[in-house]
Design a protein around this ligand. Sequence first.
Ligand code: NAX
Ligand code: K
Length: 259
Amino acid sequence: MASDDREAPGSYFLSQTAAQKLDEELMGEAYGFTLEQLMELAGLAVAQATYAHYVAPGQNSVPGEKVNVVVCCGPGNNGGDGLVAARHLHHFGVPVSVVYPKPGKHVHYARLVKQLNALDVPVLSKLDAPSNSHDALARSTVLVDAVFGFSFTPSGPENVREPFKTLIERMNDYDKILCVDIPSGWHVEQGLQPGTLAIQKPDALVSLTAPKLGVRNFSGHHYVGGRFVPPRLAQHTGLRVCHYAVADQVTRFHEKVDD
Ligand SMILES: NC(=O)C1=CN([C@@H]2O[C@H](COP(=O)(O)OP(=O)(O)OC[C@H]3O[C@@H](n4cnc5c(N)ncnc54)[C@H](O)[C@@H]3O)[C@@H](O)[C@H]2O)[C@@H](O)CC1
Ligand SMILES: [K+]
């Protein structure tokens, strides 16, 4: 963290309302971003974190093991981030496919799928659980969880509706899961709720713009991406923005949680 960031007042964490409001401000009159721009930067950050965490030589990649990435996408903008990430991972040379059981209606999602089709990145409607856990390929499959983000609201005892209920159940068979913005099914402000269907054991997380209150006690590998918040907006909303190295789109979040 840069010293001037450390001295800034405010919180590292966003409530659900604050996250939605920040988005609106970024895309409003004063700051002039478009959703497509923010999604592209968010998805690029997710691809960079996935590459750094599972593919690049280092402590989390096994030498000689071939990584396959499956990006599981939901119907909203969290799913859109996943579609963008899949395209960048393909360009990074990583074998990648997409599971997209219920495409969202916004025209931009259709464009993102078209871009994946043009690269022959498979876009499938369901995730098949690994048939043989001893199989080397199954072991090296990494999942990117882009099913639900900060707009997820539990719907009663059956907190996730189909087809995402089945998808999340299947995803829980894997242990290398990197979550986009918040683990799917978690309460945005209260985190994993006992007895609910959700990603149970996320290995890594890329919080976008800033971590949400629900991941305050997240104990896995925590990254932050979405490098687009103007300092003036951060100051005005009381948000502490993480420091990024010169050309990086992601940074590690390992601040002592003291606010
Ligand atoms: N400024 C930022 O941080 C940015 C955030 N973006 C992404 O946008 C996300 C928020 O996107 P959205 O507001 O579109 O919402 P989400 O992607 O969080 O999900 C909304 C969708 O999930 C469905 N849904 C909600 N609850 C459900 C339930 N219980 N069972 C089944 N389906 C359910 C809704 O019908 C809706 O289609 C963020 O988390 C982030 O990933 C980026 O795309 C752009 C920039
Ligand atoms: K998610």
